[in-house]
Design a protein around this ligand. Structure first.
Ligand code: SF4
Ligand code: FE
Length: 493
């Protein structure tokens, strides 16, 4: 099948019978729901840009499984060049959407499941790698979006999977049958889950022998029986339900999406199972997926950062402050921070290496350093953007006030729209509306719905800061560094 367009992708979602709940209700037409649709538009652009000659080199690749041209989001990285292109593609999409375009979790899951199943089969004589190759060929041939799902609700963080009061707080196998397995549990804050055709489920952390029923990886269609999703609401989301609120939305067209995905005894046929109690490989799968997704943040968040920097510079222009030396310096600082994140994304890609299965893995230490910086720098970039924008970003009246023809009974006989437009005018040559638009965009990215995809996701997406520090401790090799010091200091033990 040829690569889908964005419009074809949106139509393909209508064929699914995905069960979606929001605000206490079942949402039947979720594809056209004004709160959900911006997140679908975001995924759609990953399809449209694959047809754009200017971006085809980044957006598409040649499948090592079939030799066909595929969307890079379903590609197994074949070189360090592929790893770099992945990051560049993500920066491009961040620039085009100023949001989370969701499709990366599938790509990162494909690459980690591919290499882990190969090594698991070698150790256990299982057949997961062939199962997975067959599954991925189906995904590539049909140009599907797959939600790579890792994070379980986890309950009491001080207890292992099997020690929880409620055993369902981690996804687990409840029945092993001749023809497949039955699974129960949930995945929390799943990026783009409602917008995905398929779900590829992985364990959330290492698993011990006692809890081996939690060592499970599998794929199911998003509308599998027993599976449903609850949409995660976002700050200012009901603005999307208002009539003519496009200025107030800040980013009218695009947005991210996170949801709770529940599995209430879902059957998975054998050929879609990629791990079934091989607990000794759960940790490897988690580490590899997390590594890839920490690399990803050196692309997507940088692209969004580019738009934030541009918006802050425009706000300064519209305020008439662009020549002030402190404004110029703040824009330099924002650029420095943003490009530092990009350096990390490119570096962990350039230092990648082939796995035993043949696809390429990023440098784990550098990918974890990348994400650790992402937990910090976007916060500073947003702080500087708010500094440059000024307080009006959060105090201005609504679009309805600016557009209002309601006469205010004073001597001047002016409308509410005329009064508000008059007092929020900045420099000559720039309309009050355009000034409001850029400030509302900054509000959206710093505090509103897009803060999910930029600020808070920078902190917790792909693992919270402490998860990276554990990996940095493991990969940092302090013992070797001690030896370096000993040699130069002339210490002989
Ligand atoms: Fe992709 Fe970034 Fe969203 Fe993760 S947070 S899915 S890497 S855009
Ligand atoms: Fe994310």
């Amino acid at each position: 099948m040829a690569l889908m367009t964005g419009a074809e992708y949106i139509e393909s979602l209508r064929k699914l019978n995905t069960q979606v709940y929001m605000f206490g209700q079942k949402i039947e037409n979720w594809v056209d729901h004004p709160i959900i649709r911006p997140s679908i538009n975001c995924v759609a652009i990953t399809y449209d840009l694959a047809h754009d000659a200017e971006h085809a080199d980044l957006m598409t690749a040649t499948s090592n499984l079939t030799g066909n041209k595929i969307n890079r989001f379903s590609h197994l990285h074949q070189s360090t060049d592929d790893l770099r292109k992945k990051v560049k593609m993500q920066r491009l999409l961040g620039q085009k959407t100023a949001s989370c375009f969701q499709r990366c979790v599938g790509m990162d899951a494909f690459n980690s499941v591919f290499s882990t199943t190969y090594e698991c089969d070698k150790a256990h004589g299982t057949n997961y790698h062939e199962n997975f190759k067959k599954y991925l060929t189906y995904v590539q041939d049909n140009d599907l979006v797959v939600d790579g799902a890792m994070t379980d609700p986890k309950g009491d963080r001080g207890l292992a999977q099997g020690a929880q009061a409620d055993p369902d707080l981690f996804v687990h196998i409840v029945e092993k049958r001749e023809d497949g397995i039955v699974v129960r549990g949930a995945k929390a804050h799943q990026t783009g889950s409602i917008n995905s055709h398929e779900h590829l489920i992985m364990p959330t952390q290492a698993v011990s022998e006692d809890d081996k029923q939690y060592a499970v990886a599998f794929a199911v269609p998003s509308d599998a029986e027993g599976l449903f999703m609850v949409y995660g609401r976002q700050s200012c989301d009901t603005r999307k339900l208002e009539k003519d609120a496009d200025v107030d939305l800040g980013n009218k067209k695009f947005g991210g999406q996170e949801a709770l995905v529940v599995f209430d005894d879902v059957f998975v046929p054998n050929d879609r199972v990629f791990m079934c109690e091989e607990y000794d490989f759960a940790g490897m799968l988690v580490e590899r997926f997390a590594g890839y997704h920490r690399q990803s943040y050196g692309g997507c968040k940088v692209g969004v950062g580019d738009v934030v920097i541009g918006a802050a510079a425009l706000a300064a222009d519209y305020n008439g402050a662009q020549k002030a030396s402190h404004i110029k310096d703040k824009l330099i600082e924002m650029t420095h921070l943003n490009e530092t994140l990009y350096c990390c994304g490119i570096a962990c890609s350039a230092e990648g290496y082939p796995t035993e299965a043949g696809n390429y893995q990023i440098d784990l230490l550098l990918a974890n350093v990348c994400k650790q910086n992402v937990t910090r720098f976007p916060y500073e970039i947003v702080r500087l953007a708010e500094d440059i924008a000024g307080g009006l970003m959060v105090t201005m009246p609504s679009q309805a006030d600016f557009r209002s023809e309601l006469k205010v009974p004073t001597k001047s006989d002016m409308s509410l729209g005329e009064w508000t437009t008059k007092f929020f005018k900045g420099v000559a040559g720039v309309s009050t509306e355009n000034r409001m638009r850029i400030l509302r965009f900054l509000e959206n990215i710093c505090l509103g719905a897009s803060a999910v995809g930029y600020r808070t996701e920078s902190m917790h997406g792909a693992g919270s800061p402490q998860a990276q520090r554990i990996m940095i401790a493991r990969q940092g090799n302090i013992a070797a560094k001690k030896e370096l010091a000993k040699v130069i200091a002339g210490i002989v033990d």
